[in-house]
Design a protein around this ligand. Sequence first.
Ligand SMILES: [Zn+2]
Length: 174
Amino acid sequence: MNDEQKKIVLDYVRKKSVDVGECWEWQGGMCRGTTPATRFPKAAEAPTSVRKAILLATLKIALGRRYGRPKCNNFRCVNPDHIVAVPLHNIRREAASRTGYGQSIARRAKISKTKRAQSPLTNAILQEIRASKETTKELSARLGFSMRTIRVARAGYAHEKLMTTPFTGLGARQ
Ligand SMILES: [Zn+2]
């Protein structure tokens, strides 16, 4: 992108956005609800992703495998000062910690197993909680677990048997 093209991109972004506080909110289309997208004037030779175009127009170094993210967390924001280049693996790690997406089923099963092994909520205690006629409050006081833990244990969510198939861990979609 040459200086002329950078100017076209930044002028276009400014024209198609409105000030909301410090942010410039994009008034054009959105891709998947999170990515401002547009057809920039042909002369700009810019990508359809507005955040990517902004980075190409403002970064002094090559973009590489980095993606534009709004540091203000406003996904409609196209203020060049708010768009930062984030490496793909950071975005993946963030998504994985939030949703488990991108981690294999075998890996998730391993994490669950480790967490269960370290949990003070053993199967014996779990059975005691489930069989007990005491109130949640009484059990919480006697066993030293939070009321929430007792409630979850009673509802049957804790130590659920993992759903596995003969294909688990082989890399196929489940
Ligand atoms: Zn912003």
